[in-house]
Design a protein around this ligand. Sequence first.
Ligand code: F6P
Length: 471
Amino acid sequence: MARDSGGGDASSLTVVANRLPVEVAADGQVSVSPGGLVSALSAVLSDGDRWVGWPGAGRLPSEHGQLDGVVLHPVPLTPFEMRQYYGGFANSVLWPLFHGRLREVELNRTWWRAYRTVNERFAATVIESTPLGGIVWLHDYHLLLVPRMIRRRRPDLRIGSFLHIPFPNAQLFSTLPWRKEVLLGMFGADLIGMQLPEDVDNFLAAAERCTDAVVRDRSIVLRRRSVTVGEFPISIDFEHWDALGESVVKAAAAARQRLSAAVVLLGVDRLDYTKGIVQRVEAFGELLDDRLLDPEQCVFVQVAVPSRSDLPAYRDERDDVESAIARVNARHPRADGSPVVCYLHVGLDEAELATWYRAADILVVTSLADGMNLVAKEFVASRGDGRAAVVLSEFAGSSHDLADGAVIVNPYDIEAIKHGITAAIGLSDEVKAARVAAMRAVVRRHDVRRWAEGFLERLDDVSVQSRRSAS
Ligand code: F6P
């Protein structure tokens, strides 16, 4: 896309995220970082753009200073800082709070100080590396204070910030002792993007409740400028997943044969307590108990990608998931000795993921809270054959986009999950094909390129308006 220079460097985008697109292990091994942000942003990144982020435990070797022409600016953090800022404030305070307090929020003041210090370091790297008039696009809850820190020293920059996770309701948010500092930090942006309209409403209500800012329509009006807030539901690269789905047809057939089942249900998640994995395993187990499903005919494949395993809440969740699976497998042995719930605790590459997507009949997503859930979108994109169905939590952001095709369930209601699974299995081939086609059409239209370009175009518009009103 053509980016308006605003009087500075026309081709100048700085992406800022907790992780660089590559991760260096302590032993120097370089790998692609987890998460889909790299592919999400590839459509709008050009040669000479920058990416600011944590490089991992190791040092980024000079030969990895660029990725596809994008210059990488590492923000090194000590293991102690990572424990306090990432494990502590980001993932033991903000993550549970923003996901509706699904786990205890540990209001540790030392973690808050570490969060501020690390945010300052990110801001300093952006300030040093971004040319005059450049565009800065910040991502996610790790860096909420950075917009204000940048604006104070670099008012020439256009600053956008996108929150990938939900924003909680104002009452819940206002329990945070540092609520005002966090909001003022976010107000440093020209444009704040959220996943859904309800996240925008929650954010504006929190701004009114916790600060002196005036909220007008979908803007925060400050003394000298205003901040626009809008929803920009993230998506995936449709063509990429569509092609991947076609390329793994043989591998998927082989995987299916190994499972030897007429019906294959699939769950794919980071191993996180927000994903409702235990609920779905229990629902599946009860369907077997009730003899509504037959273990000889039907298996559940659960891919659980290891995540944040240093944190006690994640270790507990792993125990809970694995015990739930062991209980179902013990109650329902299959004649050939294979488990009725096939559990894969492993990170998979895209081709492996697409193989499972293509091998399954039903994808089951039961997130208790989820900003978007791109797995549901990847699944439908890779199912050009149309012989599939999706059971989808009403609390996953993607349920808004996929409402016309998915079987929507309340994941807190085990009976509703059970009903959703049997309803999805019972759909005729014709209905399945029509529903998958409807979901694919939405994802094809609203793909990740449109998301990224839409955000940057809006940022261009709002920063021009904001400059006019400030002059
Ligand atoms: O869903 C929010 C998010 O930050 C994603 O952007 C990212 O892919 C995921 O969580 C992984 O988190 P982490 O960086 O903690 O492994």
